[in-house]
Design a protein around this ligand. Structure first.
Ligand code: G6P
Length: 586
């Protein structure tokens, strides 16, 4: 399961008399060394976990399993408990003490609180208290021959075999032992013994489930059946965006606890610097348009490699935001240090918990994309956009720049993004495969757009060059005539992003100019925009959202396009040539 998380790992094994727990920070290898390959921790039932930190840095204590004070119950968890702070406080008031900073520990302490000998009864009671997502594996000292599991919005499967039964959050973990699996649905509870598996609904009524046989081999299964990690991660975007947005939307408002800025601090903001590299820089560019338009705070966006050496002017009232998936990019880390050296407060928008930038930033807003394996980022990029939208709306509201009714409409649009991304993934793939097959041999590409669409163009162009090695440039549509138009000739592919209704017409006239010089034009535009289809060779339609959020939708066909062009060229697209996932050198 390491591809699902690899910052720490742990085991809890019931040997019939007590639950033995072994866990530590680091890769699975560290746990293997700690337990002498598992030899030192023996028993007949147990649970294991590889962690990708969300709440609390990677550490021995924060590793799963988590257990209650007398070590009679142990739990592993995949997902996020959104209301853990409230539950934790209530339990502390009742005399419970907590060892870790994790959200998961509240689950085991709640189980302790409700357990009176009946494991299933305690589990169902706990389920009613938890908000968020979870797949839980649970062992009780009192039930040495049993293992319990339950899920809501995080994957869980059960594998059955002659020699024992298994729970896992994905198929590859158990393929070595069996291909016979049950897929557990939301709200279902499972009780396993060595020879038997029973399923219950949340009212504890027994239910029947259908046994399925997995046809994949291990390597296919690791990618969840997708051919590449990049495609898997493209398809994980609805969940990643939802996980980033949901914990920060409460009672129809935006609450960003980790920002640590009170109303006064936000009102006093004079300027924001956004500093990043690669795709993270592109999200910063989108952030600039959105924050400036909604919150009316001036935003400057810089590439970290420039910012660090150009002696930037950072004055009182400036907030510096560093965006990074890995949290380890050398230039971004150096930029953070430069900002801090000048006495500035730094906010990190980071995916990897406990990474260098996360540790050194004053405050961190995590993007909950989960581990991103493919070198070309997709889901982390999408979550960075979500984080910036949340900040823009929050700042705008606090500063009185956004009337309540407009805020409400924006929030409604924001909430719909995950399902709209899903609908593009459900409906547009065949069309994009067709388009990609037409453009595999293209030598030269341009991506154009105005406003927010220009920032989407930047990312679309980078994706294409990164994984398909086609020379590609992104330009603001209005700038094309100042040079690049000289390169347009028969067969040049121009992708035009047209989601900003107030700017459509302007870009359409740019399209006519380039078409008359032989370019092929692919338009990515909003459903219902009839004009675009008239002037372009092919149009891809995306669902309608608020004009500030269109990048989140328009980028999806562009990611898919670069993916399928790369496939058409037979390239190793999870590991593109000359590129690294985490660039820790200058
Ligand atoms: C590399 C990756 C890009 C990424 C950039 C910044 O160039 O290939 O996908 O956008 O680094 O990485 P970071 O981890 O700081 O977001």
């Amino acid at each position: 399961m390491e591809y699902r998380g690899y910052d720490s790992a742990g085991l809890a094994v019931n040997d019939g008399t007590k639950i033995e727990i072994a866990k530590c920070k680091g890769r699975l290898k560290a746990l293997s060394d700690l337990t002498n390959g598992g030899e030192t921790i023996q028993g007949t039932s147990g649970i294991g976990h590889t962690r990708w930190a969300t709440h609390g840095v990677p550490s021995d204590t924060n590793s799963h399993p988590h257990y209650n004070s007398n070590e009679s119950i142990a739990v592993v968890h995949n997902g996020i408990i959104e209301n853990y702070i409230k539950i934790k406080q209530r339990l502390i008031d009742k005399g419970y003490s907590f060892q870790s900073q994790t959200d998961t520990e509240v689950v085991v302490q709640l189980l302790d609180h409700y357990y009176e000998g009946d494991a299933l009864a305690a589990i169902t009671k706990v389920m009613t208290k938890l908000e968020g997502s979870y797949a839980l594996g649970i062992v009780f000292n009192d039930h040495p021959d049993e293992l319990f599991a339950v899920r809501k919005d995080s994957p869980l499967i059960v594998g059955v075999s002659e020699s024992g039964n298994y729970i896992a959050s994905d198929v590859p973990a158990i393929l070595k032992y069996t291909r016979d699996v049950y897929y557990i649905d939301n709200g279902e509870i499972v009780k396993l013994t060595r020879d038997n598996v029973s399923f219950y609904n949340s009212d504890l009524e027994p239910i029947e489930k259908e046994l399925k046989t997995v046809a994949w081999d291990i390597s296919a299964a690791e990618k969840g059946g997708y051919e590449h990690f990049m495609l898997k991660e493209i398809h994980e975007q609805p969940k990643a965006v939802r996980d980033t947005l949901n914990p920060r939307i409460r009672d129809n408002d935006i609450v960003i606890d980790e920002l640590n800025m009170n109303e006064e601090d936000i009102k006093n903001l004079k300027k924001i610097f956004i500093v990043a590299c690669g795709s993270a820089y592109h999200t910063g560019m989108t952030g600039k348009y959105v924050i400036e338009d909604l919150a009316r705070i001036p935003v400057e966006v810089d590439l970290a490699s420039e910012f660090r050496y150009r002696n930037p002017i950072l004055e009182e009232g400036t907030l510096t935001i560093i965006i990074s998936q890995s949290g380890e990019t050398a230039d971004s880390l150096a930029a953070l240090r430069e900002a801090k050296r000048q006495g500035m407060k730094v906010l990190g928008i980071i995916n990897v918990v406990g990474s260098s930038i996360a540790r050194e930033a004053d405050n961190v807003m995590y993007t909950w994309a989960g581990p991103e394996i493919a070198v070309a980022t997709t889901k982390a990029y999408s979550t960075q956009l979500s984080a910036l939208y949340l900040l823009a709306m929050h700042f705008a509201k606090v500063r009185g720049a956004l009337p309540q009714n407009e805020f409400d409409t924006l929030l409604q649009n924001l909430r719909q993004l995950p399902e709209q991304i899903q609908s593009i993934l459900d409906n547009n793939v065949t069309q994009i495969q067709y388009i990609a097959s037409k453009f595999v041999a293209v030598k030269e590409c341009f991506f154009i757009g105005r406003g927010v669409d220009y920032t989407t163009a930047l990312e679309g162009s980078l994706k294409l060059k990164e994984i398909s090695y086609i020379h590609s440039e992104a330009y603001p549509a209005g700038e094309l005539k100042h040079g690049p138009i000289a390169l347009i000739e028969d067969g040049t592919l121009v992708t035009a992003i047209l989601t900003q209704e107030d700017l459509y017409k302007k870009t359409l006239s740019n399209i006519v100019e380039i078409q008359s010089r032989g370019a092929l034009v692919l338009a990515v535009t909003n459903e219902g925009n009839e004009e675009a289809v008239k002037v372009s060779d092919i149009a891809v339609y995306i669902p309608v959202t608020d004009k500030h959020f269109t990048t989140s939708l328009a980028v999806i066909p562009l990611q898919l396009l670069s993916y399928y062009v790369s496939i058409g060229k037979g390239l190793d697209l999870d590991k593109p040539r000359n590129l690294a996932k985490s660039v820790t050198v200058e």
